[in-house]
Ligand binder design. Sequence first.
Ligand SMILES: NC(=O)c1ccc[n+]([C@@H]2O[C@H](COP(=O)([O-])OP(=O)(O)OC[C@H]3O[C@@H](n4cnc5c(N)ncnc54)[C@H](OP(=O)(O)O)[C@@H]3O)[C@@H](O)[C@H]2O)c1
Length: 453
Amino acid sequence: MMWEYYNGKILFVTGGTGFIGTAVLYRTLTQASPEHIYVLCRGGFSKAKTKWSSMLPAPIANTLIQSHTMTILDGELGDTATMDLDDDTLQMLKRRVHIFIHAACSIELKNSLRELSYSIIAPTLCLAKYALKFPNLEKFVFISTAYVNAHLWKTSESSDVPVQERVYSLDRNSEDIYKSAPEIWREVQKDGTSHEFETHDFPWPYAYAKHLAERLVLHKASEKNALDKILIIRPSVVGPAEEFPYHGFTTSYSSPSTACAAAYALHPGRKIVLATRCENPDQDATIDEVPVDVVVDRLLLHTAVGTSGCVHAVSGEKRRLRLEDWWNAFKNERRLPWTVKPIWTNEDWHSSNLHHMARNFKIIGTSFAFSEDKTDQVAETLSSEELRHLKLFTDRSQPYHHSLIHRRHHIHHLAKEMVRKNKLPVPVCMAGLFCRKGKSPPHYQAQSEKLAV
Ligand SMILES: NC(=O)c1ccc[n+]([C@@H]2O[C@H](COP(=O)([O-])OP(=O)(O)OC[C@H]3O[C@@H](n4cnc5c(N)ncnc54)[C@H](OP(=O)(O)O)[C@@H]3O)[C@@H](O)[C@H]2O)c1
């Protein structure tokens, strides 16, 4: 059984209070018997406790909060590997840790490359350098994104772009995929940009920052002859859990489709302008949303079986959504009595004529066929009993709008935030009236009371 791999192991996890990190911790603690898990959290135990209590029903939150197997370390990522931890703690981690999972990140798609060089690239490189010195390290797992290769939309002629589980070189004249990374990184540090970033059309600086971070990590590992110790997990658009920690588990800010549903609900007109080059966008454009528990089980499975390199954590060609199905699901969540039709243009994905939802999310109107070969191959080696207990693939047996029902509370919450932030001509107190409210679980009420205090 793959869970036996984790027995007696020592893990270090960054981002353990985030959407994916929380599910990683819960799954590992409830399925395996690691010797210990150290979790980096800004604000230490009290912050982690508050976050988990607000995200999870009490019995599940308590599995994390009361665990004797877990220690929360109060620290923060930066451009050194110290994470604000004292030297003894750093030495202890170095001596003991077998598996290093780096899931912390700010998912600010709009941040500039210079900002992301501080929040994504520098911390990832520093942590990889640090982890590769651990004598017992078995795997450094970096959570990247499937959209590191979204620039391929602009260079491919196909309206369904195949993406393999590998690094794509940004230099057409070179087969070198990561040797140039340190030089490019120096350019980014000096100028806040790079020639390859300027000459490739990434949807957001965030996607390029992850592309460069992946290459820097691989380059560092190749220098140390340790490429087998690197696992890069690339989730697509992460959505609510299907099974664990519980069906419907999600957060307000880390599930992009939830934000799109809120923007749809608030739209006062009958049309939303979106960009595409697909001939029949409603049928041909796709959204690859993957449940958070599929991301987690792929991460933990590939770590256990010793996969290295890049692995997609996606719904993939067979289980992604047609744009039409994604869009139609939003209709159920909207209170305004008229529906909103997409109006397709062939303008650029950065065009200011697009609706702000499309300008932010950019990939609406595209289609990527993310390969899942590595997971298919490993799945073939597992017994049917093992497969039954793992959540490796998205379940599409239910219509997609069922998935939105569990997010009503979050859609409602985000609609209010959008009105406040974007100064939309709607009183904030009315914003919630634009979408169906749904029942908020008791732990959310507890959190809002805490915030009110
Ligand atoms: N969600 C998605 O749709 C999606 C899709 C593709 C890839 N990913 C990738 O998956 C990873 C995890 O994403 P997520 O959805 O779990 O994000 P999330 O819910 O926003 O969680 C981010 C986590 O990172 C921590 N963090 C952020 N900045 C930090 C810093 N400077 N120092 C220490 N901790 C810091 C946060 O800690 P606090 O609790 O202190 O804020 C939080 O625990 C990220 O690398 C993201 O790029 C996510």
